[in-house]
Design a protein around this ligand. Structure first.
Ligand SMILES: Nc1[nH]c(=O)nc2c1ncn2[C@H]1C[C@H](O)[C@@H](COP(=O)(O)OP(=O)(O)OP(=O)(O)O)O1
Length: 164
């Protein structure tokens, strides 16, 4: 199973908004807002839709923070591969509110609760919150992190090629 997904981190000054996920993959863990990209959607459109659905906030501008691959292996085979586009946004309308899927909570960037998050987040999220862009590949065995590689992407002020 190959999935394209999104993760979005709202930023307000020195704080970042995380959600405590109430259901689905990663329930009980803090994470960014996000979910699966639906057929016909761009990752950007999916990130905005998920923010509206999960916390009632509409991001007005997104910054692309990079691409992550999560490979989950079970019994020697690939159970799922997740290609996850990461975004940050510091311009949005609405006040975060709880939904059936998520409880939103602001954290100071230095106080992000990495011990209550996916194991990979501590490696790449500080880079993204610092304004860097990353590409990472994380391999899990039954969702326990086994090995990973992480690259810092070159800074580019403009996309090399943008779709009209
Ligand atoms: N190892 C990992 N580290 C991480 O930080 N986020 C991960 C992760 N593996 C999956 N995710 C995130 C990516 C994506 O935002 C979300 C996917 O979880 P779900 O399939 O439960 O999505 P949802 O059920 O919220 O989506 P929809 O079904 O589209 O509503 O989990």
């Amino acid at each position: 199973m190959i999935l394209v997904e999104t993760l979005l981190y709202l930023v307000r000054g020195g704080e970042v908004l995380l959600i405590l996920k109430k259901r689905g993959l990663g329930a009980g863990l803090y994470n960014g807002v996000g979910g699966k990209v639906k057929p016909g959607e761009t990752p950007e459109e999916a990130a905005v839709r998920e923010a509206v659905e999960e916390i009632g906030v509409k991001p007005l501008q997104l910054n692309w923070g990079g691409l992550l691959e999560f490979w989950n292996f079970v019994d020697g085979g690939v159970e799922s591969v997740h290609y996850v586009h990461v975004f940050t946004s510091n311009s949005y309308v609405g006040e975060p509110r709880e939904s059936e899927e998520a409880i939103p909570q602001w954290f100071r960037k230095e106080e992000v609760p990495y011990d209550k998050m996916w194991e990979d987040d501590r490696y790449w999220l500080p880079v993204v919150l610092g304004g860097g862009r990353i590409y990472g590949r994380f391999e899990f065995q039954k969702w326990k992190l086994r090995r990973w590689s992480l690259y810092l992407l070159e800074e580019a002020s403009q996309p090399l090629l943008d779709l009209v």
